[in-house]
Design a protein around this ligand. Structure first.
Ligand SMILES: Cc1cc2nc3c(=O)[nH]c(=O)nc-3n(C[C@H](O)[C@H](O)[C@H](O)COP(=O)(O)OP(=O)(O)OC[C@H]3O[C@@H](n4cnc5c(N)ncnc54)[C@H](O)[C@@H]3O)c2cc1C
Length: 463
């Protein structure tokens, strides 16, 4: 049976927010092949940060002694930590699903969708039946999925990805993580803080290698103090652990790593395979992303794409911002807005936290840009003294002739919050001088590290 809609949306993550009041008098189909609400809510940003908060607390207790406060971590009740997280999240997902099922102008389809022609979709429903959906406009908001290296899948041994590891029954004694990106860094922090022995195996020489090199180097150094970090290392084979349980990883330097649980965190690939891109006339980029123009239009007329399936960065705030833009563009064809891709910040909620926006120092060098750099230690501010901080930094990159910030890179406590005035300064074109001196900075708050970093930049002339 074929049903026609004004709008069909593939994916209920950021795609779910496309159903604005502009569609109140229109017919909208929303198609979800996995868990309603998508990655961020169910297996991404939100649950990970709820675990990270508990991990931060556990670590604070362990480290309280250096402030003269003697405390001992009596234990971590994993099942209570886990159930607090999913006890909150699962009902939200279920509520969202129900809302779309019962919504006055939305029809929810639960199954995998693929294009069979121009704005024509086949949905494979859970009961084995199929539904054909056609629409005046289609938005592909299908997200991405974890990549698992062949060496792992071909071993036939059990492994986890971020999709499953947060729901395990009990904490393992030893966790091996393959990957050196932000998911590996956040999961290593969570499990190590809960008392698990964590080994991180990364192909590159630095963890978080996409960051400013100085920050990635500092992060990797601190990671080595907390976890067993093997860089420049590949896993070449897997076999069952000694006692038949767990896994033994063979590395290309002939070393072995024994673990009770394996987490694969080697990146996420856009969910464009299996979408019927060819039948729809969707162009794909080499990395599997759906190609879109500056307004979010794909190469197929009337088909749009947003979020991880097409965006240059896999970030929820970017997917949300793209969804807001496309929600406007869908109903204002004569007044299209460009996707907001400037000054996109990102955070890593590990230990330490990292936050970044704009150009790195190396990018400035590679692009031959006139630039100046200042690195300010948290430990040179009063609140840094309070925290006994000796490792955290705020590194700024600016254009000395215009006095404008080009990039900001923070590593340390609250980095993901401290960076916000810098993001704001870049977004609104505020000069370094105006950012530092055009407002008060509460004394002796940690934000003084940002103020001092701004004041430390050597500009050509006061802007
Ligand atoms: C562990 C982890 C932690 C993260 N932490 C952060 C963070 O702290 N901050 C941050 O900004 N970002 C974070 N992210 C990234 C963030 O979650 C994603 O960028 C964001 O959720 C992408 O949203 P989306 O709408 O593009 O896709 P999704 O939310 O993934 O939604 C896509 C939906 O489409 C469905 N779907 C796919 N194909 C089909 C099909 N053919 N038919 C029907 N349905 C389909 C999927 O089941 C899914 O529900 C994290 C990701 C992970 C994995």
């Amino acid at each position: 049976m074929t049903q026609h809609y004004d709008l069909a949306i593939i994916g209920s993550g950021s795609g779910n927010s496309l159903v604005t009041p502009d569609f109140d008098d229109k017919r909208v189909a929303i198609i979800e092949g996995g868990t309603f609400g998508g990655t961020c809510l169910n297996v991404g940003c939100i649950p990970t940060k709820m675990f990270v908060h508990a991990a931060d607390l556990a670590l604070d207790v362990r480290q309280a002694g250096r402030y003269g406060v003697d405390a001992a971590l009596q234990g971590v009740r994993w099942s209570d930590v886990r159930d607090r997280v999913f006890g909150r999240i699962d009902p939200i997902s279920e509520g969202g699903r129900r809302y779309r099922v019962e919504g006055p102008n939305t029809t929810a389809f639960f199954g995998h969708a693929h294009f069979t022609g121009d704005r024509t979709l086949t949905v494979e429903l859970g009961d084995g039946s199929q539904e054909t959906v056609t629409a005046d406009q289609v938005v592909v908001a299908a997200g991405a999925h974890p990549v698992v290296p062949d060496v792992v899948t071909e071993s036939g041994l059990p492994f986890h990805t971020s999709d499953t590891v947060m729901r395990i029954e009990a904490l393992p004694e030893r966790l091996a993580i393959i990957g050196g990106g932000f998911i590996a860094a956040e999961m290593a922090h969570v499990f190590a803080s809960f008392g698990v022995h964590v080994t991180v195996i990364a192909r590159s020489s630095l963890l978080l290698r996409h960051l400013d090199t100085e920050i990635a180097q500092r992060f990797t150094d601190l990671a080595r103090e907390q976890w067993d970090v093997r860089t420049l290392t590949n896993v070449v084979a897997l076999e069952p652990g000694d006692d038949g349980a767990g896994v033994r990883l063979h590395l290309d330097n002939t070393a072995v790593v024994d673990a009770d649980l394996l987490l694969v965190a080697t990146g996420r690939r856009p969910n464009s395979a299996g979408l019927g891109a060819q039948a729809a006339g969707l162009g794909l980029l080499d990395d599997g992303r759906i190609a879109v123009d500056e307004y979010g239009r794909t190469s197929a007329p009337g088909v749009w794409a947003l979020g991880d399936v097409s965006a240059p960065h896999q970030l929820k705030h970017l997917a949300n911002a793209e969804a807001r833009t496309i929600a406007h563009n869908l109903v204002h064809p004569a007044d299209l807005r460009p996707l907001p891709h400037r000054h996109v910040p990102s955070g890593v909620f590990s230990h330490p936290q990292v936050a970044t926006v704009g150009l790195t120092e190396q990018e400035c060098i590679e692009q031959g840009r006139h630039h100046t750099v200042h690195v300010q230690a948290y430990g040179d501010t009063a609140y840094g003294w309070a925290m006994e901080d000796t490792t955290s930094v705020c590194k700024l990159v600016a254009d000395p002739s215009t006095g404008l910030l080009l990039g900001a890179h923070l590593m340390g406590p609250l980095a993901t919050s401290l960076i916000q005035p810098l993001v704001q300064g870049m977004a609104f074109g505020t000069t370094v001088h105006d950012l530092a001196r055009g407002q008060y900075w509460i004394h002796p708050a940690l934000a003084e590290v940002v103020e001092n970093a701004l004041l430390g930049l050597k500009l050509d002339a006061p802007a």
